[in-house]
Each structure stands twice: as structure tokens, then as C-alpha cells.
Design a protein. Sequence first.
Length: 345
Amino acid sequence: MSIMIVGEAWSEQDEQRSAPFSGTAGGMLRSLLRQAGIAESDCYLTNVFNRFPAGGRLENFCGPKATAIPNYRPLFTKPDQYVRVDFQHELHRLYTEIRNRQPNVILAMGNVALWALCKKQGIKKYRGSPLETFDLSTEIGGDRLVRKVIPTWHPNSVMRQYGLRPIVLADVSKTRRECLFPELRRPSHLIYMNPDLQDIEDFYHEFLVGQPFLSCDIETIGLDITEVGYSTADGSRAIVLPFYDREKSSGNFWPTLEQERAAWAWVRRINTEFPMIGQNFSYDMKYFWKRMGIPCPKFLGDTMLQHHSLQPELEKSLGFLGSIYTNEPSWKFMRNDHSTLKKED
């Protein structure tokens, strides 16, 4: 089996038939699989808990930390509720199924599956971005066992909030592409950070000249532009021109006014010469013009607006676009300082 689909727990219908996804959630799942072009026969279906929780509430698998499976975060918060150690055998059964099946990709449907496979929480945060499981062999022994995972919403969530369906369909479609190989493939980028003026000139001649267009992004604090970034059309090379240094009392990255002016001259030259695309780029162009008097005369397109015109029912933030159209990780959750992020995005 190249695809394993992991749900959360049995429904009443699942318990009656001793089979996962037997009820209405299974009907929604099969509809998504058909639309994504995935044959059910190519999938192995299972759950984190192959049992129906008392009262249909997953919280009934949980208790206080004193009763918890060691080294797992709480499954629910407010208050913290940990999966009880007497259900650890369910995880061992799941991890053994993964070892026996060796799927190329696991579609983790719901927060419980994300918790069990990756020891993470927040399906909205991680959905759509390929991850890896933690080393499952630490729980069941044997050789190292790490598999590729695509988290997404559970079909029950789709039935409660039908607007999630196109998002889950996009994630299931990505699963179809990812099932062709077992390894986690991330896009490759070479990013030039903290350049001097010679580095900017070298980057311009080596990588920018001849590009059909560039992608551009700025970061701001208050009314000031703190960084300007440019990427080649294929995304393989990028450079960040900083104008702010939080480590210096002056806040200035460039040691002299003349050097800062020369760096801004490069920004003006690049903006003037190349067609530009960007996410929520009207924000960037406003700052370029109002703060620095730098135009973007060859503006080519705004990814946020183009996506929104095609899929008006979906979110349009850059993080969401990344989860739908790329294999990038959830990069905005890797940083602690969000002071320079665009507020409009």
C-alpha cells in the first residue's frame, strides 16, 4: 500500500462492523478520494484508536498527567488532558501497522492523528505541509521507523463545516502526488543574508540578470522598511537586503549613510528593471513609494489576489498558499519574533 489513511477513533458504525470509516465520515472520505483520483484499493485505512470512545467523546481516553503515556503532550488543553497509559497499546498497534505496511505517505486526518504520529498539535497550523513522523521505533523497538505524513482535517470536521472540503481535497490531491515516493522532498533554496555592497552587485550579475521576473517581499516595523528580499523566478536563489539591525543601539544595519544610500540605489535599480510579483504586493508598493519614492513600474501580479480570484472561498494568506501550492514547511511558526510580519497578510 502506498497510502495509509489514519483517522482518530471508531464511530458507532465502525465498532459495529469492526472496520474504520464505515459510517458517514467514511462516505465523505471516499468522495474525496474519488475526486482526487485515488483508488480506495490503493489505501490502507486505520485509526489511532480502534475503539469507540465512551459517549463518543475522545476526552474519555484522557486523564491527568499522572495517568499519561510518557513523553506525549496533552491531547486536549484547557484544561490539559493526557491520553491514559492504559491506551498505549493502541499506539503500539498503529505503529506496528505502519511498520508492516511501509506506506510512502500517511494521510493524518484530524488532530488526534497528528498528535499520535508527529507529537504535534494544531491541525489548522500544520495541515497541507508534508511532515515526518517522530521515530516510531522508540515506542515499538526495531530499526528506525520514520514515514512521511500529510496532516489534514478529519471528514467529520468537513461535515460540520463544509467550507473545509476544498481545503481537504487539495490535501488529499497532494497525498496522491506524494505517494509516488517515500522520502520527504523539500524545495531547495540558497538565500544570501547580510550582504555587503559587493555581494549585492555580484548577486545581481550572477543570478538576477536575464530573469523573466522576480518575486519581492518587504518586512516593516511601524513606517519603516526593515528588509527587502528578492527571489529568482524559480525560487532557487534569493537575497535579503537588511536596513535594520536589532542588535545595534542605532538600529542601522549599514555602518555609514553612504552605504545605506548605495543599498537603496540597488533596490531602486532592481525594482525599475524587473517585472515583479509578490504576496499582497500593494502593501509593498505603497511602502516603496511613500517611504522611499521607489516605483515598481513593471508590476506583474499579486499572488494573493490571483489566488483569491481563482478560489474566493479559501483563505488567502501566504502561509495558506504555501500549504496548498508548495511543499514548504509551516515556516511562519518557526520564528518567535513576529514584529516585522505584514499585518495585512
